[in-house]
Design a protein around this ligand. Structure first.
Ligand code: GRF
Length: 197
């Protein structure tokens, strides 16, 4: 019995592609939906090209009414019946009610070595702090932003020549390696954190 995985995106969806490509063969999961809050998200066309059902719930008409926006997302998710949700470059903050509905069944990838640098501009903050390394974290989503149990991390050295852009570009391939690894482990019932490299 394979698990149904819904992937939420807001942008290019490179992590969604990595997750979807990994769910093949004897993998315990299969993508059942790619849902975006942005009709222009580049990841939508990528998902469609892979034959994955897609949906869009544009957050803008809801004008900050998070509950109404999430109710519209839930309509799409209830129809897709996911066993697990993977946030992959999804840039909307979710309410505690929404998170509670998927407690323990929702993952996120964040571009920092949590608990450092929750929120935005993570690479710029790591560089400004003079850190020796940066990276990415896959964690369970809880009501507190970027705060749930850590399931995996990848560490990348910061070079003196790094800008936030060059650092992000060096970390992204590690995200594409880490997230599928963690997803497969979680679907197999493994939640002990892993570290790359
Ligand atoms: C990635 O850096 C990810 O860590 C963050 O959003 C960025 C874009 O992700 N959450 P993607 O290319 O849309 O998967």
């Amino acid at each position: 019995m394979t698990s149904r995985v819904a992937i939420l995106i807001s942008g290019s969806g490179s992590n969604m592609v990595a997750l979807a490509q990994s769910m093949a063969g004897d993998h315990p999961g299969r993508p059942c939906l790619v849902l975006s809050n942005d009709p222009q998200a580049g990841g939508l066309a990528k998902a469609q090209a892979m034959g994955i059902p897609t949906a869009v719930v544009d957050h803008r008409p809801f004008r900050g009414d998070r509950a109404a926006f999430e109710a519209a997302m839930l309509e799409q998710l209830d129809a897709a019946q996911p066993d697990l949700i993977a946030l992959a470059g999804f840039m909307r903050v979710l309410t505690a009610d929404f998170v509670r509905r998927f407690e323990g069944r929702m993952l996120n990838i964040h571009p920092s070595l949590l608990p450092k640098y929750k929120g935005l501009d993570t690479h710029a903050r790591a560089i400004a702090a003079g850190d020796a390394e940066a990276g990415c974290t896959v964690h369970e989503v809880t009501a507190a932003l970027d705060d749930g149990p850590i399931l995996g991390q990848a560490r990348v050295p910061i070079l003196s020549s790094d800008t936030p852009e060059t650092l992000a570009a060096r970390i992204l391939p590690y995200e594409h390696q880490l997230y599928p690894l963690v997803l497969r482990r979680v679907l197999a019932g493994e939640r002990a954190p892993i570290a790359l490299p």
